[in-house]
Design a protein around this ligand. Sequence first.
Ligand code: FES
Length: 179
Amino acid sequence: MSKQTGKKSTVAGATAWEPRIVAFLCNWCSYAGADLAGMSRLSYPAAIKVIRLPCSGRVDPMFVLKSFERGADMVLVSGCHPGDCHYSSGNYHARRKLPAFRELLSFLGIDPRRFKVSWVSAAEGAKWSALVARITEEAYALGPFEAFPQCDADDFGECEFAAQGPACAAAASANEDRP
Ligand code: FES
């Protein structure tokens, strides 16, 4: 698990932590909304790193987990408003799938507040700008995402997380050995 927790910036010789926010945006609405914000010269924090996808329904929960694994402090998924999906029902799938996924984040050791879902249309550049400003503030308040706990015990019985289930390789292999 990566220990990366964001970039360092230098201000008058001092270094300060900055959050790293990964945003999965659907091509047809939210990406266009972010583009409109830029064209309208609406500023928003640079902490956000945009990944463009065809549709919010394309977001696999593993994309979110991989983002945290690779050093994200917060992850945002944004797509067309319900009813406006370019593919008719992609965001309906996202609307059902992603909140259910959020319910599991605590179990995985991730604060659910670090995962956001929001609908932004191509005409909502101002909403995009305000959204990024708001979640960046929240990311600062939450602080750096700490890596998932690592278990270096050779034996499942020695693992300090054993009581929490398969939180390490030793626990996983112990589970495999079970009949
Ligand atoms: Fe935007 Fe499906 S095309 S959410």
